[in-house]
Design a protein around this ligand. Structure first.
Ligand code: GBH
Length: 443
């Protein structure tokens, strides 16, 4: 199967890229990295499927040249990656020269292949030493993060096309502190409310410090999930509205309007850090670009038995990926228009992640991931429609270059355009990789 779109279907200069993140591919045991809270979380039985960890992952730490050759040969324009804070600063505060040197070599290797580097500073691998000090619950995380941002960009920032501070603040706060699915595995509304604020304060402090040091093209990556009421019942409609509030509106409203949504603030009653209002001016300073990650929609039902926000996710009727996530390209179209219209105006938007998990198998050296090609085709069409409506979308990154460590689900869920055999670590481009190359690889 081929993609139905071509470069000529997108504006001049539109960027096609692939994305990865440090902990999911590098191998956290190499290069003098300190433990991150994902290393400690994965070491606790019951947290990750099959007790799998990120110690070796895809061994990208040693194989990055080969991996970047793949990005190049796929005809992509850009490569989105993250740096590991625990590799750069093993104790969270002191620079590890060996860690910085890895990102220095990586930056050069990306540029040497003519790819535009999109750096994300934080994709979830908080140094364990900082997690031990309260992590995202501790307001000090904002200055720790700003120091890390300046140390890293001071070394490789000169070669970065763009820098994002945080990947998916909703996941940092909610998956990690309310749902307990990600490190540090808490189920605590107070911790969640604090993380919901501190993650944005950390973004603001890092942006301010990097701007002062001359770093350009700074943004943040938010994830969006269309909140679909499970029924027309008023309670379900209200539950979906709340879900939209703490998932989709909270961060972008603070970043663009210097306020938090009232309905969510009410639910966080008594749990927000004292004086949080005074931080909103700094949080709402202009962004150079906004990254949008989009995968699915959620069907939301009211659930009086659950603590606030008193809702539950129910199974929906649409076709699903191997994650069980519904395939809903109209959600991406809707968010791109909604962001442009209601929040970000002319600020450039980049789709920084979009992709699907599939139960991929190598057969005679090939992976025919036809459904994945169809998924990409439908979502690229959604992007194209949003651009036609006037949304300033400047690029699209597929998640992900490689099959990788899918967090609490371990290595069982495959999102890659390139298959990874976890016993030999051999890379094999899938049919979806070829579909991208054939559609966008030329001029
Ligand atoms: C991204 O987050 C991450 O940035 C990336 O590291 C990860 O590998 C990738 O997704 C794939 O998972 O159906 O109710 O369970 C995506 C954020 C949050 C999107 C949870 C889907 C599931 C809703 N995800 N959400 S539900």
């Amino acid at each position: 199967m081929r993609l139905s779109l071509r470069r000529s279907d997108f504006p001049e200069g539109f960027l096609f890229g692939v994305a990865t993140s440090a902990f999911q591919i590098e191998g956290s045991s190499f290069g003098g990295a300190g433990p991150s809270h994902w290393d400690t979380f994965a070491a606790t039985p019951g947290n990750v499927a099959n007790a799998e960890n990120g110690a070796v992952a895809c061994d990208h730490y040693h194989r990055y040249r080969e991996d970047l050759d793949l990005v190049r040969s796929g005809g992509f324009d850009a490569y989105r990656f993250s740096a590991s804070w625990a590799r750069v600063m093993p104790d969270g505060r002191t620079v590890n020269a060996e860690g910085l040197d890895f990102y220095d070599r990586l930056a050069d290797a990306i540029c040497e292949r003519g790819l535009k580097p999109y750096l994300t500073l934080y994709h979830w691998d908080l140094p364990a030493a900082l997690a031990d000090c309260g992590g995202w619950r501790n307001r000090d995380v904002a200055s720790w993060f700003a120091d890390y941002a300046v140390a890293l960009t001071g070394c490789i920032g000169d070669r970065m096309e763009a820098v994002a501070t945080i990947n998916e603040p909703w996941c940092v706060a909610w998956l990690s502190h309310f749902l307990g699915i990600h490190a540090p595995g808490l189920r605590d509304i107070r911790a969640t409310a604090r993380a919901m604020h501190h993650v944005l304060l950390a973004h603001a402090r890092a942006v301010k410090a990097m701007r002062a040091a001359g770093q350009r093209n700074l943004g943040i990556v938010l994830n969006f999930e269309h909140a679909n009421p499970a029924s027309d019942a008023p309670q379900d409609v209200a539950a979906a509205r709340l879900y939209d509030g703490f998932y989709n509106r909270w961060f972008v409203q603070a970043l663009t309007r210097k306020s938090y949504p009232d309905d969510i603030l009410q639910g966080f009653e008594g749990h927000m850090p004292d004086g949080f209002e005074k931080d909103l001016d700094a949080i709402g300073r202009p962004l150079d670009w906004l990254g949008v990650n989009y995968y699915t929609r959620t069907n939301v039902a009211h659930d009086p038995a659950s603590p606030w926000p008193s809702l539950t996710n129910v199974e929906g009727p649409l076709p699903k990926t191997a994650m069980g996530w519904e395939i809903y390209p109209d959600g991406l179209y809707g968010f791109l228009n909604r962001l442009h219209r209601d929040y970000t105006g002319d600020t450039p938007i980049i789709v920084t992640e979009n992709g699907m998990a599939r139960d991929d198998h190598l057969l005679d050296g090939r992976v025919e991931d036809t459904e994945r090609v169809a998924y990409f085709d439908a979502h690229l069409s959604a992007v194209r429609r949003a651009i036609a409506d006037g949304a300033p979308v400047k690029g699209y990154f597929a998640w992900s270059l490689l099959d990788n460590y899918e967090w609490a689900l371990g290595y069982g869920k495959r999102f890659g355009l390139v298959h990874v055999d976890y016993s030999t670590l051999a890379r094999t481009p899938k049919a979806s990789f070829e579909a991208f190359r054939d559609a966008f690889g030329g001029d």
